[in-house]
Design a protein around this ligand. Structure first.
Ligand code: PHE
Length: 459
């Protein structure tokens, strides 16, 4: 068998992993979901879930991948003591990756659209309301959506096609540092706006009255999503990792970077919202309505706006490649295809599934879908994968890592490469008890079987 591909350097691995984590989840989803849930407590729940649920699974995934040197299906199915049924978890990871990739590239396509629009100075002479209106037009345009979705898919495909070092690692190392630099510059600018104080307290001041307990499930889903756990991305990336990498440290570093970016992005976006009297609950359009309005007020609009949206494109790209890599690696392993063939077939299949999502706003396909299911196709895939599949996968991974796997060889693998041996015990406690119980509780709540409202809304 051909030697498995591997990362070229520690930095490359770290950037690729952080690149997977930092994406539309942090720059787009976190701000608007926070807005919809009233900020405050939701943010706290998100932080808590990141560290007690996200990070332990992140560690588990990387270790499973490094130990098995396989992508998810075989990794879960073949680690000792071998119980083939666990490979179902690997398939469920692949299914989630497939579903999520199909709608992720639609949103990513919007970001490419805005990078292009920015270059054309599209906000010139428009009021804030008119600028927001551009997004509504985009959302309803079938052909334009399809165009950008396909283009973004081709970018993603181009990188994954090139392989682990020349594709994924190379591009992550180029794009991530740029992203951080621009984010910080924009954040510093936002600090000077009059809405900054209001935004700050919106995000950080817990206000119980605004909190819906159902938001907990969303916070959990988001914590998993922004860390890229629950889909086997880290199993796959872990399988290219050297034994000398410090896994717990990487997990904590990536989680911190991810949180930092999410908070920074919100602290950059909400001041604008409040300064220009947008509602913080603008939903999916937040990034595409509020940000262009800000740039229109700045000198150098074209450059700033173009660079900003390009960077969102880059963030989306480094995440999308990680999701696609799960599918490509799995296809290579399970069907014995070459990387090129796998990438081609995965790309084509993803495009087919993406079409109804890309056409959701225009209602040209599945016109009656919203009437039947209450959400359009795009929202249905989003809801199903994000709110249910990811947490279920996450809980199963915890059961796998905490209970199913052979203890002695597991611990050996766990401590390899790290100096943080002391973390093993807290980790095993979290992964055995807190993760499964937490996820279960939240699902019971969502299913209407228990009601945590009562605890919160006493007064
Ligand atoms: N973490 C990415 C983001 O925040 C999304 C993602 C989810 C990527 C799952 C890979 C796997 O946008």
């Amino acid at each position: 068998m051909k030697l498995r591909e591997s990362w070229g350097s520690h930095l490359g691995f770290l950037m690729a992993t952080a690149g997977s984590a930092v994406g539309l989840g942090s720059l787009w989803k976190f701000p608007y979901v926070t807005g919809e849930n009233g900020g405050g407590i939701f943010v706290l729940a998100y932080l808590l879930f990141t560290f007690i649920i996200g990070v332990p699974i992140f560690i588990a995934e990387l270790i499973v991948g490094r130990k098995a040197e396989r992508s998810p299906v075989d990794a879960f199915g073949e680690l000792p003591p071998v119980q083939r049924n666990w490979s179902l978890l690997g398939w469920s990871c692949s299914l989630s990756a497939f579903l999520i990739l199909s709608y992720y590239i639609v949103v990513a396509g919007w970001t490419v659209n805005y990078a292009f629009l920015s270059l054309l100075n599209f906000t010139k002479g428009k009021t804030s309301a008119e600028i927001s209106g551009v997004f509504d037009v985009l959302y309803k345009s079938a052909d334009i959506n399809l165009f950008w979705t396909t283009l973004f898919l081709l970018f993603t495909l181009g990188i994954v096609y090139k392989g682990v070092r020349k594709g994924i690692e190379f591009w992550s190392k180029v794009l991530m540092p740029l992203l951080f630099a621009i984010l910080i510059i924009l954040f510093l600018y936002s600090m000077t706006l009059s809405g900054f104080g209001e935004a700050f307290s919106f995000i950080f001041k817990p206000d119980v009255s605004k909190f819906k307990p159902s938001g907990l499930l969303e916070a959990l889903g988001l914590a998993c999503f922004t860390l890229s756990v629950g889909m086997g991305v880290l199993v796959t990336y872990g399988s290219y990792m050297r034994k000398s990498e410090d896994i717990p440290k990487t997990a904590v570093t990536v989680a911190s970077i991810d949180i930092f970016v999410s908070l920074l992005a919100s602290l950059m976006i909400f001041p604008i919202i409040f300064t220009f009297n947008f509602a913080p609950t603008e939903g999916t359009g937040l990034l595409f309505k509020a940000m262009p309005a800000l740039f229109a007020k700045l000198p150098g609009t074209i450059i700033l706006s173009t660079i900003f949206f390009l960077l969102v494109v880059f963030a989306a790209l480094t995440s999308a490649i990680s999701v696609m890599e799960v599918l490509v690696a799995t296809a290579m392993e399970k069907f014995g295809w070459s990387r090129e063939k796998s990438a081609g077939i995965v790309g084509a299949a993803t495009l087919i599934l993406a079409i109804p999502s890309a056409l959701s706003g225009s209602e040209t396909l599945f016109h009656n879908w919203p009437l039947m299911f209450g959400k359009n196709f795009f929202e249905t895939i989003d809801y199903f994968s994000f709110t249910w599949l990811l947490p279920i996968n996450a809980a199963l991974m915890a059961l796998f890592a905490g209970w199913a796997i052979e203890k002695s060889s597991w611990k050996q693998e766990w401590v390899q490469g790290t100096r943080w041996h002391w973390i093993f015990n807290p980790w095993i406690f979290l992964i055995r008890w807190v993760v499964p119980v937490g996820v279960l509780l939240i699902m019971l709540q969502q299913g209407g079987i228990i009601n945590i409202d009562k605890f919160f809304l006493k007064g």
